[in-house]
Design a protein. Structure first.
Length: 116
């Protein structure tokens, strides 16, 4: 199944992986949390990412995503499906989007807090 993996500090990568719970769990390094995005895209992340103090990966809207993530398509019946090209383009655009001035300030604030 076509999925996209975004590891901290790396560019997003299109991969072909089996549609299994363990695939998602291994990709994020722990218990999974589902975040539904636009265009029928699901972002899977480590549900304890903030508690475990995982490194910042990227920001979606005003939500900071910590740790590695994986993206799948949504079948709207509680399951995953392969990503389509329009979804791949959406994810790539989302990750390349310049953050707002407010989000840049928040990111700097949290980085300074982590370094003190």
């Amino acid at each position: 199944m076509k999925m996209m993996v975004k590891k901290v500090g790396q560019t997003v990568e299109l991969v072909d992986l089996p549609n299994k719970y363990d695939t998602l769990k291994d990709a994020v390094g722990g218990y999974i949390e589902c975040v539904r995005l636009e265009k029928g895209v699901i972002l899977w992340c480590n549900e304890e990412g903030k508690l475990l103090d995982l490194p910042h990966n990227f920001t979606v809207g005003n939500i900071r995503i910590e740790g590695d993530v994986i993206f799948t398509g949504d079948d709207y019946k509680g399951g995953n499906v392969s990503l389509k090209q329009k979804q791949i383009d959406y994810i790539t655009g989302l990750l390349n989007k310049k953050p707002s001035a407010y989000q840049e300030w928040l990111d700097r604030f949290f980085e300074e807090e982590e370094n003190t």
